[in-house]
Design a protein around this ligand. Structure first.
Ligand SMILES: Nc1nc2c(c(=O)[nH]1)N[C@H]1C(S)=C(S)[C@@H](COP(=O)(O)OP(=O)(O)OC[C@H]3O[C@@H](n4cnc5c(=O)[nH]c(N)nc54)[C@H](O)[C@@H]3O)O[C@H]1N2
Ligand SMILES: Nc1nc2c(c(=O)[nH]1)N[C@H]1C(S)=C(S)[C@@H](COP(=O)(O)OP(=O)(O)OC[C@H]3O[C@@H](n4cnc5c(=O)[nH]c(N)nc54)[C@H](O)[C@@H]3O)O[C@H]1N2
Ligand SMILES: [Mo]
Length: 682
């Protein structure tokens, strides 16, 4: 182990591709990272972030020892402390807080720094046993799953590989050139073989560069486009009646009650396309032999996110796209049933029901929750001070003198700066895990390929130390469980085969090979809904039929939509430690892209310093006048660390804690702002 050589590993980041890696190790250091040519999805291709992952792993910014705060909150001044000292400090503080307020005064906050099944979920058994408040982990795109489920129930997703059999690929609200480069590669390959490639977005992202045609909508208005298209499909008798009669519930109700009011003229006003364009899209969609919609998360982060997904999911049912190979809609693969995750999360450790705190509303939770108030926050593999909506509220909470904050991190992030105790975390090359994907069916297990840097420890090991620490001061914990190494937990996930994995596949997984799960046959037979049909009409819902819903931000009184989308060079707030990756984003500075018309109306110049602001806060950044932005919509890429920003506030100073219509998700893109020259009074 850890000898020089080339080892297999897996990309741990929150990306649908979940690549296989080949890591060259020399003298205990990772010196080169390549895409695994034998991984069925990666096939040798890596994104710009992972091509030099070794620069993240061995970054001079890595935290290598536990730290205790010596300066004021947020000042980032710390002194080293031993692991034993840090664990004792945490456990004795928690013991005292629990005695005074009860264990619910402790809130864990974690999300997706690592997607490995063991390290990602490592805190659940500990906090369940402790009786801490629970975090509702819905920052990403739960509205997407909710919208799909309303129509399709638990029908498994189609295989992304089918894209090659499609003659019309629609990348809808997905910036695949940045967020899923293997989807992009496969879409381009299909285009080269003659498929048309549409991109439906709110601005001309890099994905649009590759499109046969791009359709730019008003943010949050995709439901209107889908309804307008369906109006035309019905009006012009382009629906597949045979398929509908066999497979769909509620077509008549939908066409009678909803679609008459959704003429292309009316929907054009709502979504910002011409009526003639909506008509043409409907005709081309119906004429395609196997239209494939790849639905992203962008359009789900709105007050109407779930309803939008629900509405779009009706399209393939109306034309019978499902019955053709390559036709249908993919929102996310769900392989949750492939592994017995309950063996890690240990819900059975919960002794009595505890309160649930929505992670998008951390700001309010820290500042206003009562009985008990949150007195301690334990953050691991997440950076809430940067990524969570309403940054000003979050930071106000983190500034509270009476909040005891522990952050387990690889870097001194925005969040770690507010910690009382900082614990150093390993990178994925320093610990083992097993990874599954939400964009394909390939899974892979890997071991550590280098030793932990300095005194860094994996998530699981820290929770074992905390469990022992609590035990030592008489706070009972399920100790035998926390005495296992992480590898034993991985073994438990693979102990038995099931409908997704047979023994041959398990053996390959144990050997570290990438393995394609098989979707169980019984799940593939028929529609997995209560009626056994595709439920355009779903009587179990308060709103039995899809319809047009408004967004939140329209009501806020600011004139410009703000899109804050991923960049190819960073991932949420990760990778900002790499100078070379920051340098590749907008001249190394955070930028706001604005259409020339909007800039002229505000007398703003290209390259000028501006303030983007709304009712929640303001962000200073650099203006780029760009034809990529649609009039009325401005775009900021990336979730920058505040240390690189003039005003010390990032994009989430402008986003709100409001939730989606279903799934209690974030509404990160449902935002309106104004922009003015920096230094000018509001
Ligand atoms: N390089 C890189 N890769 C990433 C990430 C990253 O930050 N950087 N993040 C990872 C994570 S956590 C996730 S969840 C995925 C997300 O990946 P995607 O599913 O691609 O989601 P987003 O990039 O959030 O949004 C996709 C596109 O939707 C657009 N959009 C926003 N609102 C609307 C709308 O109302 N209608 C339409 N049609 N389009 C809209 C945005 O402008 C954006 O171009 O990517 C993952 N991969
Ligand atoms: N405005 C705006 N806000 C967004 C988004 C957006 O597009 N726009 N994207 C949203 C989305 S889709 C998501 S999913 C969330 C993601 O939010 P987060 O899950 O918080 O993701 P990151 O910002 O990547 O922060 C992860 C942190 O985990 C640390 N880390 C990595 N591996 C480990 C480990 O093994 N152990 C420990 N202890 N730490 C580790 C990394 O150093 C990093 O600082 O952000 C959301 N916020
Ligand atoms: Mo996400």
């Amino acid at each position: 182990m850890h000898k020089s050589g080339v080892y297999r590993s897996v990309c741990p980041f929150d990306c649908p591709d979940t690549c296989g890696l080949l890591v060259t190790v020399e003298n205990g250091r990772a010196v080169k990272i390549e895409g695994d040519p034998e991984h069925p999805v990666t096939r040798g291709l890596l994104c710009p972030k992972m091509q030099h992952y070794e620069k993240t792993v061995h970054s001079p910014r890595r935290l290598t020892t536990p730290l205790v705060r010596v300066g004021s909150k947020g000042a980032g001044e710390f002194a080293p402390i031993s692991w034993q000292g840090a664990i004792e400090r945490i456990c004795t503080t928690w013991k005292a807080l629990i005695a005074e307020y009860g264990a619910e005064c402790i809130l864990p906050y974690s999300y997706a720094g690592t997607m490995g099944l063991v390290q990602r979920n490592a805190g659940h058994p500990f906090f369940h046993a402790l009786g801490a408040s629970r975090l509702e982990r819905t920052i990403c795109s739960p509205a997407k799953g909710a919208g799909w489920k309303m129509i399709m129930g638990s029908t498994p997703a189609m295989d992304p590989d089918e894209m090659k059999d499609s003659d019309l690929i629609i990348l809808w609200g997905i910036n695949a050139a940045a967020t899923s480069i293997h989807t992009m590669r496969d879409a381009l390959a299909a285009k080269q073989c003659g498929a048309k490639l549409w991109v439906i977005d709110t601005w001309a992202s890099r994905t649009a560069n590759a499109a046969s045609e791009t359709f730019l909508l008003k943010p949050g208005s995709d439901g209107a486009l889908a309804l307008g298209m369906m109006h035309v499909l019905v009006r012009d008798q382009l629906c597949n009646q045979g398929f509908i009669q066999e497979n769909v519930q509620g077509f008549e109700e939908f066409t009678a009650a909803v679609l008459p009011d959704c003429s292309p003229e009316k929907m054009a006003g709502a979504c910002g396309l011409e009526a003639a364009t909506i008509e043409r899209m409907a005709h081309n969609y119906a004429a395609a032999k196997a239209p494939f919609i790849r639905l992203g998360s962008g359009l789900t982060r709105y007050a109407n996110g779930a309803m939008t997904v629900r509405t779009i999911t009706c399209l393939p049912a109306l034309v019978g796209a499902w019955q053709k190979k390559g036709g249908g809609l993919l929102s996310a693969t769900s392989t949750g049933a492939a592994f017995p995750l309950h063996k890690i999360t240990r819900e059975d450790f919960i002794k009595k029901p505890v309160r649930l705190v929505n992670m998008n509303q951390l700001g309010d939770a820290l500042n206003t929750l009562d009985s008990p108030p949150i007195k301690s926050l334990y953050v691991y593999h997440a950076n809430p001070a940067a990524v969570t909506p309403d940054q000003n509220a979050v930071i106000r909470g983190l500034m509270r003198q009476d909040l005891f904050t522990v952050v387990h991190e690889r870097f001194l992030t925005d969040t770690a700066r507010y910690a009382d105790i900082v614990l150093p975390a390993t990178s994925s090359l320093e610990h083992g895990d097993i990874y599954r994907s939400y964009g394909n069916y390939v899974v892979q297990r890997c071991d550590a390929v280098i030793a932990p840097l300095g005194k860094a420890k994996p998530n699981w090991d820290v929770f074992c130390l905390l469990a022992q620490g609590m035990m030592d001061i008489g706070m009972g914990m399920e100790v035998p469980f926390f005495e296992q190494p992480a590898s034993a937990l991985i073994d438990q996930l693979l102990a038995e085969s099931n409908a997704w994995r047979d023994e041959t596949m398990n053996a390959a997984l144990r050997a570290g090979e990438p393995v394609r799960l098989r979707v169980p046959e019984d799940a593939k037979s028929g529609w997995q809904t209560p009626s056994g049909r595709i439920e355009i009409l779903n009587r179990q819902l308060a709103e039995p039929l899809p319809r047009l819903l408004p967004t939140h931000a329209g009501q806020d009184g600011y004139p410009l939509f703000l899109q804050s989308a991923p960049t190819p060079y960073t991932l949420n707030s990760s990778f900002y430690e790499q100078d070379r990756l920051r340098a590749r984003q907008g001249k190394g500075r955070m930028q706001v892209l604005m259409h020339a018309e909007d800039a002229a109306a505000r007398r703003l110049r290209d390259g000028q310093e501006v303030l983007v602001y709304n009712q929640l806060g303001e962000v200073q950044c650099n203006l780029a006048i760009s034809g990529r932005a649609r009039p009325g919509t401005v775009v900021c890429e990336g979730v920058w660390w505040t240390e690189f920003l003039e005003g010390k506030r990032g994009i989430n100073a402008l986003t709100s804690q409001r939730l989606t219509d279903s799934g209690r998700g974030s509404t990160l893109y449902d935002v309106m702002v104004e922009v003015k020259a920096a230094g000018q009074p509001v």
